[in-house]
Design a protein around this ligand. Structure first.
Ligand SMILES: Nc1ncnc2c1ncn2[C@@H]1O[C@H](COP(=O)(O)OP(=O)(O)OP(=O)(O)O)[C@@H](O)[C@H]1O
Ligand SMILES: [Mg+2]
Length: 205
């Protein structure tokens, strides 16, 4: 199975660059192009990061329905395995269950917290979706977010949020903002709401 340990000479050369890893597999389907694909400006920013020419993380932000999640999934589609997609809230829930399993050993074959963090550290690329959706940030939620940001420092990470970088500072704090917004910011607010656009065909609105 192809992996980031590829012996491709391009991989070796790019791996020497700080904060960069080759993640895009050229032979995979070009799902980002063509009608209904990802807008050119966004594709450009994604490929700058993917080729090691811009720092991680990619921070996608904008109102609902602008295609943020779809753009990130298109990127994953072109990446080497293993890759991970997590919504912030469900990752937090998974970690709570995994902590319980690890501490109690009640389910010896259940997933343990160490396994979750190992998979996050070792993935070729991680997408953390729906950051900042909830205004109430519990300790568990905060630790999950900072944990992912720290585990993926200098590594491929896409963060998706409905809130602007400035609002992110308010929802969390400067520590989260500094980690999440230190790479490439990608603003989706100039694009139409694809959900609404698709229902207009049926005479709505
Ligand atoms: N470029 C596109 N062309 C056509 N449809 C698209 C495009 N991008 C996204 N869509 C469709 O629009 C819908 C919304 O996209 P998506 O879930 O990626 O939005 P989002 O920005 O993540 O929204 P939210 O902030 O609510 O999570 C999906 O059904 C998706 O398939
Ligand atoms: Mg989304």
């Amino acid at each position: 199975m192809p992996s980031s340990q590829s012996t491709d000479p391009r991989t070796k050369r790019l791996r020497l660059r700080p904060a960069a890893e080759v993640i895009v597999e050229k032979d995979k389907p070009r799902t980002m192009k063509g009608p209904g694909g990802v807008a050119r400006g966004i594709r450009l920013k994604m490929s700058l990061a993917a080729t090691g020419n811009a720092p991680w993380p990619l921070y996608f932000f904008g109102p609902p329905g602008r295609g943020k999640t779809m753009a990130a999934l298109c990127l994953l589609d072109r990446c080497y395995l293993p890759y991970l997609y997590h919504a912030t809230k469900s990752l937090r829930d998974l970690i709570i269950v995994a902590q319980y399993n690890q501490q109690t050993r009640e389910y010896p074959y259940g997933i343990h917290e160490n396994d979750v963090w190992r998979s996050i550290r070792q993935a070729n690329i991680v997408v953390l979706d729906e950051l900042g959706v909830s205004e109430k940030v519990s300790d568990h939620h905060y630790e999950t977010v900072v944990g992912v940001l720290d585990a993926r420092e200098f590594k491929p990470l896409v963060i998706i949020s409905n809130v602007t970088p400035d609002e992110l500072k308010r929802v969390y704090d400067n520590r989260v903002w500094s980690r999440a917004c230190c790479g490439v910011l990608v603003d989706f607010s100039g694009y139409p709401d694809r959900r609404i656009a698709s229902t207009r065909r049926f005479g709505n609105g």
